[in-house]
Ligand binder design. Structure first.
Ligand code: UGA
Length: 437
């Protein structure tokens, strides 16, 4: 059995590494030369725990990496894991996926195989039936369901646990028509993930499931962020105790109730915008989704207003940002709230120092020499007039009064409440904890 994987981002490369390390015959295709060269040499183009080890194992077995799409002509299963970025109006941009399936269609035309094409890329409902399927049939001159299989197979992995999630998914969704191809795909997933529930549905429902999942997670975050703002107005109230307690109610669940600076990353913000945009085109006014997004944007404004309240005019003030990655365990800064914060503080002419255990290089690509990069946490505190904790890296929980004493002004704004339990010699404000002013 041969497996082709098109697009080697977080989803594609994780799947490639997991399957090839198990000994499956895998061909990973990507158009980005720099990325390919790293992968061929066993280096992951991004930081993701465990990924490099599995990649190296796969390379020692049957894994091949190439930009040559024609290599997929002998594949039994072809996973499409290319990106679906957003247009400036928030709507989904399908150009990359359209290009990929056009090429797959052209290869199918010359091949005798009857492969199953599984689309993992996040696409708005209707894309498979209105775009992907017609392109494949036209370019291949073949019929879906007869000459090849086409299945929507949304992915739910999280960055920083991508390998674990790929190995042990909580659910498998297969969307499409009930054909022999569907039975074959189900068999493959039952073998890969015994005992994991498999939901078989149609394309449009599978597409919608992905948006339902991400928008519900975003809703939980905005819910707790709104409560956190209320808590801040009640002296002594603590949002974490509230989250912990309501999370014990099985109907609510404890995950994704950590208040903070708002959700970032390459998925939740983009998918929320795409779903809102899509809902509007259907004539449904997505009032709840709009509110979730608005609350998310307001979280950052709140951090800036606390900073201004504490420091006055921000011009020439030295402000340290701890954590630029959109969450711990990754070097990814795409749509990171911390990056937005730096840009906004720069507009107010503040001097910025940053520290992040993993994403310094990526941050430097954006800001160059316009900001300072502290090599250690101690350096980050030195001479600072205000430290803002943005990412809950474990390292930051070790911050102590010796660090704080190196500051020029001892102001700490903690958007993740990492230091909330400590006795600090600082003017300390945590998001989600009411102070006694
Ligand atoms: C998200 C989803 O969690 C995955 O299930 C999905 O597969 C993925 O998007 C995708 O569509 O590809 P990811 O982008 O890796 O995964 O990030 P999350 O772990 O969801 O975190 C997103 C943001 O929410 C981060 O900025 C994080 O700090 C924030 N967050 C998360 C909170 O502020 N509080 C929480 O309780 C949880």
């Amino acid at each position: 059995m041969k497996i082709g994987i098109i697009g080697l981002g977080f989803v594609g490369l994780s799947l490639t590494s997991v399957l090839s390390s198990k000994g499956y015959d895998v061909i990973g295709i990507d158009v980005d030369k720099e990325k390919r060269e790293k992968i061929i040499n066993g280096i992951s183009p991004f930081f993701e725990p465990e990924l490099e080890n599995l990649l190296k194992k796969g390379l020692k077995k049957k894994l091949k990496i190439s930009d040559d799409f024609s290599l997929i002509k002998d594949c039994d299963f072809i996973f499409v894991t290319v990106g679906t970025p957003q247009n400036t109006d928030g709507s989904i941009n399908l150009s990359i996926i359209k290009k990929a399936v056009t090429t797959i269609g052209e290869i199918l035309k010359r091949s005798k195989k009857k492969p199953i094409i599984l689309v993992k890329s996040t696409v708005i409902p209707g894309t498979m039936r209105k775009n992907v399927l017609p392109i494949l049939e036209k370019k291949s001159n073949k019929k879906a369901g007869k000459d090849f299989g086409l299945i929507s197979n949304p992915e739910f992995l999280q960055e920083s646990t991508a390998i674990k999630d790929t190995k042990f998914p909580h659910v498998i969704v297969l969307g499409g028509y009930e054909t022999e191809f569907m039975k074959k795909a189900k068999k493959l997933f039952m073998k890969l993930h015994p005992n994991v529930p498999i939901i078989i549905t149609n394309h449009q429902t599978a597409e919608m499931i992905k948006y339902a999942n991400n928008s519900f997670l975003a809703t939980k975050i905005s819910f707790i962020n709104q409560l956190s703002n209320i808590c801040q107005k009640i002296p002594g109230a603590n949002v974490d105790d509230i989250a912990k307690t309501i999370g014990l109610d099985p109907r609510i669940g404890k995950l994704f109730l950590s208040a903070g600076p708002g959700y970032g990353g390459s998925c939740l913000p983009k998918d929320m915008k795409a779903l809102i945009n899509f809902a509007n085109t259907t004539g449904v006014n997505p009032t709840l989704l709009n509110a979730v997004e608005q609350i998310n944007t307001k979280q950052l404004e709140q951090i800036i207003s606390i900073t201004k309240k504490k420091l006055g005019n921000l011009k020439s003030k030295r402000i340290t940002i701890l954590g630029t990655a959109f969450k711990p365990g990754t070097d990814d800064i795409r749509d990171s709230i911390a990056i937005e914060l730096i840009k906004k503080l720069q507009k107010r002419k503040a001097n910025i120092t940053i520290h992040d255990p993993k994403s310094m290089k990526n941050t430097e690509k954006i800001f160059g020499d316009k900001i300072k990069y502290a090599k250690t946490i101690a350096d980050a505190f030195s001479k600072s007039q205000c430290v803002i904790i943005m990412t809950q890296w474990k390292q930051y929980s070790k911050i102590n009064n010796n660090n704080i004493k190196k500051m020029e002004k001892r102001i700490i704004i903690d958007s993740r409440r990492i230091l909330a339990e400590k006795e600090l010699v600082a003017d300390y404000q945590a998001i989600g904890i009411g102070n006694n002013q």
